[in-house]
Design a protein around this ligand. Structure first.
Ligand code: MN
Length: 231
């Protein structure tokens, strides 16, 4: 086969402890999956089924990294999240079978142009411009499932310039991994290479050029992202 333009490069994420790479297909993100964060965003966490938005696969960037402060925003926010990597596809996956489809896990930051998100919510518009910009998904190296102690509990935290802002436990997920991945698979056929960013705990906030975000999930990994000058 001959492509009529240069073939786009395959987006990939590092794999912990090896030179191997995980090829990325799509990035699904869960909205408001921790009750305290739902409340800080002005929503009642008891009333919602899980909902999703997406980022392009090539929004990923390996940690440690510097991400330029993106255009069109005055309010760039950090959201530390557990990342689930799908290794085997499927549709209508039962919750009990979800982990058979998971290749591994990692730590990501769902960078968010919060002012554009607030405007989109107000206008009833999609979230893409708030969420799906270039380099909006920094990732730790992914860890194969055999080396992941748990996707159900473990401290999740993020600090900016050494001051902890987000500090919770993935046990606090309203929709745990098995449940929200099963639910997602009812809407889309999941495929190898899909990543799921599983939502962020309370304590989201703004960063500015020069800030250094560090974070992690116990037993899974650490991430470090520096905010560069405006793109
Ligand atoms: Mn998020």
């Amino acid at each position: 086969m001959t492509f009529v333009i240069p073939q786009p490069p395959q987006a990939t994420v590092a794999v912990a402890g090896t030179p191997d790479r995980f090829p990325v297909r799509r990035i699904f993100c869960v909205g408001r999956n921790y009750a305290a964060h739902a409340r800080e965003m002005g929503k009642d966490p008891d009333r919602e089924a899980p909902f999703f938005f997406t980022k392009p696969g090539d929004a990923v960037v390996d940690s440690p990294c510097t991400v330029p402060y993106p255009p069109l925003t005055q309010d760039l926010h950090h959201e530390i999240e557990l990342v689930i990597a799908i290794g085997r596809g499927g549709a209508d996956i039962a919750p009990d079978a979800v982990m058979d489809h998971v290749w591994g896990a990692g730590v990501g930051i769902d960078l968010t142009r919060r002012d554009l998100q607030a405007e989109a919510k107000k206008m009833g518009r999609p979230w893409d411009w708030a969420k799906a910009f270039d380099l909006s998904a920094p990732m730790s190296p992914l860890v194969p499932l055999a080396d992941v102690p748990s996707v159900d509990h473990g401290r999740i935290w993020l600090a900016v310039n050494g001051t902890v802002r987000q500090d919770a436990d993935i046990a606090d997920l309203i929709w745990p991994v098995r449940d929200h991945v099963a639910y997602l698979s009812q809407a889309m056929t999941l495929a190898p290479g899909d990543l799921i960013m599983t939502g962020t705990p309370a304590g989201v906030g703004a960063v500015v050029p020069g800030d250094v975000m560090t974070g992690g999930i116990d037993g899974i990994g650490k991430i470090e992202v520096t905010v560069g000058p405006r793109a």
